[in-house]
Design a protein around this ligand. Structure first.
Ligand code: RIB
Ligand code: CA
Length: 313
């Protein structure tokens, strides 16, 4: 098996952290060419630092980390310290990163890497889509080198930052529109999907049993991050949004999906960032998105637990 080449674009972020661990734990399946960071959960100065800390904690300081866009295309930056804490990784305390931040801008890394690619590259997006949109605008030719964009984002029913919008797409709806209309294969993991992947006490117990710095870090993160979601939604634990993207790349058979035309609201403040899904072809628009609908949650947590064990050896 040849490892799938991927680039992870993220805004760490507690769930981004767990997604990075999941991706870095299976190098024979996923070749992480680089981690690009964007402003989102917390400002860029923290997301880029957090990404480096997390790569080091995973023993993968070989993976280059790039800083990208510090704000959305048009709107002012909205952050989520109420969910992820002031540092973006509240609940744990990691040492200052030793690995350097790459000097190349994330957008230029995306463009250069995609244009030079001999094999199409998959983009795993875990935050606002600003970096991806700027790269597509600056150099549209990269689209033919993108195997697929698998994004955590969108809300088919209920939003989380507003009643109708999910955070990533709310923060930069115009970037999401650029990506959704670029003609690149797009797979969407909305809140409707990720809210099926709850870190219940039983699932956390399996992670706790590993008893390593990585498992301790995950439990520390989820202890802080979970409080918000459990209070907000009454769930039995945190929904692990971003790791669903990586699990899809590792084991797509754990998921089911349906193709549909999806458009992003970029006008109304009431529904800004809403993903409007045309399930019944009433717009006569060709489907542009693979909308993921279900996940085998138990198998997902078994995969995650195996990943943590791999990183704990
Ligand atoms: O709405 C959840 C998404 O927004 C996740 O990616 C979380 O990390 C935040 O970026
Ligand atoms: Ca994220």
């Amino acid at each position: 098996m040849v490892a799938k080449p991927i680039i992870i674009d993220c805004d760490p972020g507690a769930d981004d952290a767990i997604a990075l661990f999941l991706a870095l734990a299976f190098p024979e399946q996923l070749h992480v060419l680089g981690v690009t960071t964007v402003a989102g959960n917390v400002p860029l100065s923290l997301t880029q630092k957090n990404a480096r800390c997390l790569c080091e904690l995973a023993g993968r300081d070989d993976v280059p980390v790039y800083a990208g866009c510090p704000r959305p295309l048009l709107r002012p930056l909205t952050t989520a310290e109420d969910v992820h804490g002031r540092t973006g990784l509240d609940g744990i305390s990691l040492p200052e990163p030793q690995m350097p931040l790459q000097t190349q801008h994330a957008v230029d890394f995306l463009i250069e890497t995609l244009l030079q690619a001999t094999e199409a590259i998959t983009l795993a997006t875990l935050g606002p889509l600003t970096n991806i949109a700027v790269a597509i605008i600056k150099q549209p030719a990269i689209c033919q080198h993108i195997q697929e964009i698998v994004m955590m984002g969108g809300a088919v029913t209920q939003g989380n930052i507003t009643p109708s919008a999910e955070f990533n797409l709310y923060v930069d709806p115009h970037a999401a529109h650029v990506v959704a209309t670029a003609g690149v294969p797009l797979t969407m993991m909305s809140l409707d999907l990720t809210h099926q992947a709850i870190a219940t006490p039983e699932r956390l117990n399996a992670i706790h049993a590993i008893n390593s710095p990585i498992s301790d870090a995950i439990l520390g993160l989820l202890n802080h991050y979970g409080a918000y979601d459990m209070q907000r939604y009454g769930f039995a634990g945190s929904p692990l949004h971003d790791p669903c993207v990586i699990a899809y790349l590792l084991q797509p058979d754990l998921f089911t999906s349906r193709r549909a035309y999806v458009a992003i609201e970029t006008s109304s403040e009431l529904t800004m960032g809403r993903t409007v899904v045309d399930w019944w072809y009433v717009t006569n628009q060709q489907p542009n998105t693979n909308v993921v609908e279900t996940i085998e949650a138990e198998a997902f947590y078994q995969l995650l637990t195996q990943a943590i064990a791999n990183l704990s050896r």
